[in-house]
Design a binder for this molecule. Sequence first.
Ligand SMILES: Nc1ncnc2c1ncn2[C@@H]1O[C@H](COP(=O)(O)OP(=O)(O)OP(=O)(O)O)[C@@H](O)[C@H]1O
Ligand SMILES: [Mg+2]
Length: 139
Amino acid sequence: MVIDIGAGTTEIAVVCYSGTVVSESLRIAGNHFDSVIRRYVKKSHDLLIGDKTAETIKIKIGTAYPHPVHDEATLEVSGLRLLSGLPGSVVLRGAEIREAISEPLGNIVSSIKRVLEQLPPELASDLLDRGIVLTGGGA
Ligand SMILES: Nc1ncnc2c1ncn2[C@@H]1O[C@H](COP(=O)(O)OP(=O)(O)OP(=O)(O)O)[C@@H](O)[C@H]1O
Ligand SMILES: [Mg+2]
């Protein structure tokens, strides 16, 4: 099983003897995480940030599951205050970014589960032996 989390798409496939057995492709990947983070910072901190800043937040303090150290990680980001239109900055925590991206991440997980459900039972033990190859920039 290979999961490629790119910028625009996530592709999930089970490959056997060079053929694709089951696959699914969804348009939720790195770019989508960036826009969800942008929206979150705007809504919860009244701060407008650009795509590059959102991507930096994702890379520096974004995580997929709760972790005592990563949840406490912080990052100061600058943007424009929504009300005044003046420059401002906020300090973001890992835990809030994890929560902000949890919905699209959950969509990817659901898609992975759907692919697993279609897997021929005889391939299940191979999958348990070999695990999943997670690739792409968003991995
Ligand atoms: N350390 C990181 N943590 C999280 N996301 C990352 C990290 N490094 C890169 N990315 C994200 O990975 C994405 C780019 O991945 P990749 O280069 O695999 O995409 P692509 O092949 O160009 O896109 P696609 O496969 O959708 O056509 C970007 O959204 C980028 O923000
Ligand atoms: Mg790609």
